[in-house]
Design a protein around this ligand. Structure first.
Ligand code: NDP
Length: 255
């Protein structure tokens, strides 16, 4: 029997950007603990394929493809998700992109794309989903931040700005919504092996730097984000509000 503090049976979780990487790992992790999962990304074929593969593994999953940065698409997508899977109890704002380059060379289009996908999307999704959570007096919102946010790194200016803002947005959500029994928190991953970091993993200089820089001495594996996501999705975190839980192998603890 699953510990009730971590049991997600009967809960519906919408995880944005969940066709691969960290989002897919969290979707499987929450699904294995009883949650009904809504898979999302822009690519409808990927959404359908991932949804099928979760269902083949006995996870209760539906899929809804939409762009999280498009206000109208978000409204329609959340409506469709609710019709297919019931009211959303857990929202994980995970979809995110990176556009690398020094700030003095970064185009306004790239800066805006990063801000809209990484920050504005969390506002749009949470606003729509929180309306139902407020009515039901229950909900969990988890924003996926980063170790880049509290600190910067060359050529990631737009991304750092977006993740810093997402951390502030998490606090704002918890301040406005804790009174309705909604817990809004963030997870700050360190460096994980996913498609987003592929160019860094294959860069020997970066890889060596990272292994020396992280006290754990390695990249994170996507399954290692599940524990934090389950904790922040379940009863175990009923009085945890506005926090960023870093899952980074000790990176931010060390200079
Ligand atoms: P991936 O690039 O592997 O996956 C990103 C997912 O988001 C895909 O499913 C993608 O599908 C989807 N997506 C991207 N843009 C949109 C959009 N506009 N609307 C809907 N879905 C979208 O990334 P990761 O798994 O590595 O990263 C997930 C999150 O974790 C991001 O927020 C990232 O910033 C954060 N993070 C990652 C770290 C890492 O080391 N990997 C470290 C710290 C934070 P599609 O393209 O079909 O839309």
């Amino acid at each position: 029997m699953t510990d009730p503090l971590f049991d997600l049976t009967g809960r519906t979780a919408l995880i944005t950007g969940s066709t691969r990487g960290l989002g897919l790992a969290m979707a499987s992790g929450l699904g294995s603990r009883g949650a009904r999962i809504v898979i999302n990304a822009r690519n409808p074929e990927a959404v359908a394929a991932v949804t099928k593969s979760l269902r083949d593994n006995e996870i209760d999953a539906v899929g809804v493809a939409f762009d999280v940065a498009d206000e109208k698409a978000v409204a329609v997508g959340v409506q469709e998700a609710t019709e297919l899977a019931g009211p959303i109890d857990i929202l994980i704002n995970n979809a995110g992109i990176q556009r690398r380059g020094p700030l003095h060379e970064l185009s306004l289009d790239d800066f805006r794309a990063v801000m809209e996908t990484n920050v504005t999307s969390a506002f749009l999704l949470s606003k729509v989903v929180a309306a139902g959570m407020i009515t039901r007096r229950r909900g969990k919102i988890i924003n996926i931040g980063s170790v880049l946010g509290p600190v910067g790194r060359r050529t990631t200016g737009a991304y750092v700005t977006s993740k810093g803002a997402l951390s502030a947005l998490t606090k704002a959500m918890s301040v406005d919504w804790a009174q309705y029994n909604i817990q809004a928190n963030a997870i700050g991953p360190g460096y994980f092996s996913t498609e987003l970091t592929e160019s860094l993993q294959s860069d020997v200089t970066f890889d060596t730097w990272l292994r020396n820089r992280v006290p754990a001495g390695r990249w994170g594996q996507v399954e290692e984000l599940i524990g934090a996501a389950v904790f922040l999705s379940g009863e175990a975190s009923s009085f945890v509000n506005g926090q960023v839980l870093y899952v980074d192998g000790g990176m931010l603890a060390s200079l």
